[in-house]
Design a protein around this ligand. Structure first.
Ligand SMILES: Cc1ncc(C[n+]2csc(CCOP(=O)(O)OP(=O)(O)O)c2C)c(N)n1
Ligand SMILES: [Mg+2]
Length: 669
């Protein structure tokens, strides 16, 4: 323990300040959650004063410990501690808790408030992020540490509540963390036995610690108010080394509020003016002292500032001597953090295709991934047990595991939701690029994590194969119909459905070039034929979401807009119509929403206002009617699919060139 560490009395002054700030912030907003911050204020004090290796003056310091508030509703816990310990979060911002434009939104938002490591609020998700961060730490350590210089050496802490422990995602993530022996992951479980509806006895009576032991964790337990005990248990967690640790802290929700503590009334509502006063009295401070901060807390962190800076400086000098001693590793480090992804992606040696080549886009996707993996040493990822089907393995890149932290292929097991949260955590850690793979139909199992990636501007990549009814025999449970549409409505998510190997290459280029948004790649199980592109600049136009795949002389009377595997029947229909003298254009729309964002001029250059327009995609119509022109309808599937050989299923649902011609009103030409 550092000689300048806070003693019990100082910790108590910090805890009191966390209680008052949280209580008053929630009261001022007239909304929010005082229960958690008040209940575990001592834990917060110990963490921010004595346990965390951090530097409030430099929140992005790569050597820092990570702290994840998985129980995001307790955001005032985090804001109080960030303010008290010296992060750039003025008291005025705490007074504007939950107000529009403040740095203190209702739930912690990554990229918005300094010191917030991830966006939390959806319960349990934070634990999966913490597992991802702990995985990333081991990966980075394996790549960069030397016997002499351990430049990567941090712990990942998380605070979870009863709700986090009930959610399935935390079970998936914790199970994997135990399997992977993530010894530098320490999760505090705030066991106050209260959730919104009341006592946890209503719905949650399992032995959480026993469950975590079964996952392969070390489990420890103490009172939330025993600051010495907490510090001893953290030391014990660190000493274990080979297992993640769950520290159950038994607490009383809303501790300090004489009439409301221990009750679900204090979970998510202001204490009310009378109880605020009663609480101040109980805490021994002036009844009218709004946003009271104990001077001992301020004094402590003012004095501690130099220590925090010194740790950062010591790391910096370690890093510099490591850099000098290891020029190759230093060059790789620079590449990991360079931010010139677009240039790197452009330089990848992508597989080539000739017109007429017949390849499933999952297969060309696997080749493109491997081409990218050769350029991006920092690319890591894997599948939820479907790698052979997803074609998502990086050849020769090793399997990540407890015995090989240098491996780049992750095996998530059948845990899609945790997989989504873990790749978010890996991306948040810094330095690494991550992808996750499964069948498109199971994107629903990871949707909340995809949404959070989009919200956090994380450039992760999703490989979603088996993207339509052409899955065939597995039947409607495995045949996505609404999934492309439902992913497209997530803001800030790029959804790409490439139509042949060349389009797959461009899709991967876009995905890897992204700095601030996730990308979903929708790929086929079945073979698709590479086609000649009419637009000589199609690669340049690809990021605009659509380009001319087949054209006619002069202005088109008809435009067929198709994606992915349906380009084939669109081209076939156009062929037939053209032979009958009709002017038909086919546009490939690999990214519909990107096309919708283009200016009118570009959109009209592809779809003239007076052209008859039909969309074609083996999925629901939703959204396609915004294409422009004279929209006549969608050739797709608006019901669930059916089990049968793919060709028979497609015929059954009328997914054909004839159906397109019929929709255009030129059947039988
Ligand atoms: C996935 C998800 N479901 C529901 C909620 C709504 N919610 C917020 S807090 C909460 C209860 C959490 O109880 P606990 O974790 O024990 O927190 P405490 O009441 O102890 O502060 C619920 C259901 C949520 N934030 N996320
Ligand atoms: Mg609780």
């Amino acid at each position: 323990m550092n000689a300048n560490a806070a003693d019990a009395k100082t910790l108590s002054s910090i805890a009191t300040s966390v209680r008052t700030l949280s209580m008053d912030g929630v009261q001022a907003a007239n909304s929010g959650h005082p229960g958690l911050p008040m209940g575990v204020a001592e834990l917060g004090a110990v963490l921010y004063a004595n346990i965390l290796k951090h530097n409030p003056a430099n929140p992005a310091w790569p050597g820092r410990d990570r702290f994840v508030l998985s129980a995001g509703h307790g955001s005032m816990f985090l804001y109080s501690l960030l303010h008290l310990s010296g992060y750039d979060l003025p008291l005025d911002e705490l007074k504007k808790f939950r107000q529009l434009g403040s740095l203190t939104p209702g739930h912690p938002e990554y990229g918005h408030t300094a010191g917030v490591e991830t966006t939390t609020g959806p319960l349990g998700a934070g634990i999966s992020n913490a597992v991802g961060m702990a995985i990333a730490e081991t990966m980075m350590a394996a790549r960069f540490n030397t016997a002499e210089h351990r430049i990567i050496d941090n712990y990942t802490y998380a605070l979870a509540g009863d709700g986090c422990m009930m959610e399935g995602i935390s079970s998936e993530a914790a199970s994997l963390a135990g399997h992977l022996k993530l010894g530098k992951l320490i999760v505090f479980y705030d066991s106050n036995r209260i959730t919104i509806e009341g006592d946890t006895a209503l719905a949650f009576t399992e032995d959480v610690a026993a469950r975590y032991r079964a996952y392969g964790w070390q489990t420890l337990e103490c009172s939330a108010y025993d600051t010495d005990g907490i510090q001893k248990l953290v030391a014990q967690a660190k000493a274990e080394g080979g297992k993640p640790t769950l520290i159950t802290v038994n607490s009383t929700i809303g501790y300090g509020s004489p009439n409301k503590q221990g009750s679900h009334d204090v979970h998510g509502a202001p204490l009310g003016p009378d109880e605020v006063v009663a609480t101040r009295r109980n805490l021994g401070i002036a009844e009218d002292a709004e946003f009271y901060i104990d001077p001992a807390a301020t004094g402590f962190f003012a004095a501690r500032k130099a220590d925090f800076q010194a740790a950062d400086d010591a790391w910096r000098s370690l890093f510099e001597s490591w850099r000098k001693a290891n020029p190759d590793k230093a060059a790789q480090w620079d590449a990991f953090f360079s931010g010139n992804a677009a240039a790197l992606a452009a330089g990848a040696d992508m597989p080539g295709y000739a017109v007429g080549d017949s390849v499933a886009t999952r297969a060309s996707g696997g080749k493109a991934l491997n081409a990218m993996a050769r350029v991006f040493d920092n690319l890591v990822g894997g599948s939820a047990d479907l790698a052979p089907s997803n074609k998502s393995d990086m050849a020769g890149a090793g399997d990540y595991g407890a015995d090989d932290r240098g491996g780049r292929n992750l095996h998530f097991g059948v845990r899609e939701h945790a997989m989504g949260g873990i790749v978010n955590g890996i991306a948040l850690y810094g330095g690494l690029k991550a992808y996750a793979a499964t069948f498109l139909v199971f994107a629903d199992y990871m949707r909340p994590a995809i949404r959070l990636a989009a919200l956090m501007n994380l450039p992760v990549t999703y490989i979603f194969t088996h993207d339509s009814i052409f899955v065939g025999e597995d039947g409607p449970t495995h045949q996505p119909v609404e999934h492309a549409a439902s992913l497209r409505i997530i803001p800030n998510l790029t959804v790409l459905r490439p139509a042949d190997g060349e389009e797959v290459n461009e899709s991967w280029r876009l995905a890897m070039s992204s700095e601030n948004r996730p990308t979903a790649l929708l790929l086929t199980r079945q073979n698709l034929t590479s086609f000649e592109k009419a637009d000589p600049d199609w690669k340049a136009n690809f990021p605009r979401g659509a380009y001319v795949a087949r054209d006619c002389d002069g202005a088109p009377e008809y435009v067929i807009a198709a994606t992915g595997s349906e380009l084939g029947i669109a081209l076939e229909a156009a062929e037939t119509a053209a032979a009958a003298g009709r002017k038909v254009r086919v546009i490939s729309v690999p990214c519909r929403e990107a096309f919708f964002r283009q200016d009118d001029a570009y959109r009209a250059s592809l779809i003239p206002a007076n052209a008859a327009v039909v969309s074609v995609e083996a999925g629901v119509r939703s959204g396609w009617d915004q294409l422009g022109g004279k929209y006549l309808g969608h050739v797709g599937i608006d019901t669930f699919g059916a089990s049968g050989p793919a060709k028979a299923v497609a015929e059954h649902f009328g997914l054909s060139a004839e159906a397109i011609l019929t929709k255009l009103g030129i059947a039988g030409v």
